[in-house]
Write a protein that binds this ligand. Sequence first.
Ligand SMILES: *Cc1c(COP(=O)(O)O)cnc(C)c1O
Length: 393
Amino acid sequence: MTPKPFQPPQRILMGPGPSDVHHRVLSAMARPTIGHLDPQFIVMMDQVKSMLQEAFFTANALTLPVSGPGSAGMEACFVNLIEPGDKVVVCVNGVFGGRMKENVERCGATAIVVEDEWGTPVDPGKVEAALKANPGVKALAFVHAETSTGVESDARTLCELAREHGALSIVDAVTSLGGIPVLVDNWGADATYSGSQKCLSCTPGLSPVTFSDRAVETLKARKTKVQSWFLDFSLLTAYWGGGAKRAYHHTAPINALYGLHESLVMLHEEGIEHSWTRHSMMHQALRAGLEAMGLGLLVAEGARLPQLNAVLVPDGVDEALVRTTLLNQHGLEIGAGLGTLAGKVWRIGLMGQSATPHHVTTCLAALEAALLAQGVKLPQGAAAAAANRVLLV
Ligand SMILES: *Cc1c(COP(=O)(O)O)cnc(C)c1O
């Protein structure tokens, strides 16, 4: 076979991430590569840092994009803060909480798991009981926006509980940042990580992380070396830390950072509060359309994430065939259920650039056609009409 350039198809991305990437971000990434210690590059790094502080609502000095996907940001938080022998309360109400537990154990620490049913938020009462029953817990770890189920947990209350019990809070904000409020300083969150490809609508591969002063003190007071050389923040901050003098740690993903910079500029231009409102509006429109088709959501009202909608698959419908039809006929990607929810839900993402009226109405029309093709009885055109009633107010 003669190697040929890869031409990906044009898709509409409405799954659990990545979301659609604006051409401004893609073209920013095609700008000339310069050195990672070039003075002009350092100017751009400082701008990325201050725009991330703005997005996280924090003044934390240690705020940087880790060179790796959201999972690398997750791992960075655990390896920098957790040492062998520590105890960590981990909230598990979906896939990503389970990964946090895995991280804790790989750090040689003990995970005290607080479980909640998939599709429900973390129960602060159970967390408080676990913190009380286990004095000396080093950290409380939880997922703010559980992408596997579409649930939001009460980050403010959980961070408060951690602080009251002398524990650090480790917060997964991969799917929340840009879509719903992530108020790091206001919550008193100690270690918060996100991802570039969800509501920030950049390409995958970067993970914004921010550490409070309390987290930085914990890192400085470690008895053992951070087990990961690559993710060791005491080394990384020599590159990302302020000032003109920067030490080589690893070669930064230069062009990927141009992309993140552009997506943060776009978020700033829109205004983050406007972005939250837009996500909420599009969710209301999608929900209205789904309900008009007789489709329900997994998560109870009040805990639903606007940016990730877990839709219950009606009895007798081949859920995988629906996804294949959407992809092949409409170029539209939605997500499948994971774990215990496999086969039971579709996951429709409305993240970043994928949270627009066009995405909502396109998805509803495609879903309606796919369900009709399987013989589902539904009022034709009702979904679009219901969505438009929300969108046109
Ligand atoms: C997507 C996601 C991750 C992992 O991010 P990757 O970029 O896929 O490594 C972690 N946590 C949550 C809640 C996510 O949605």
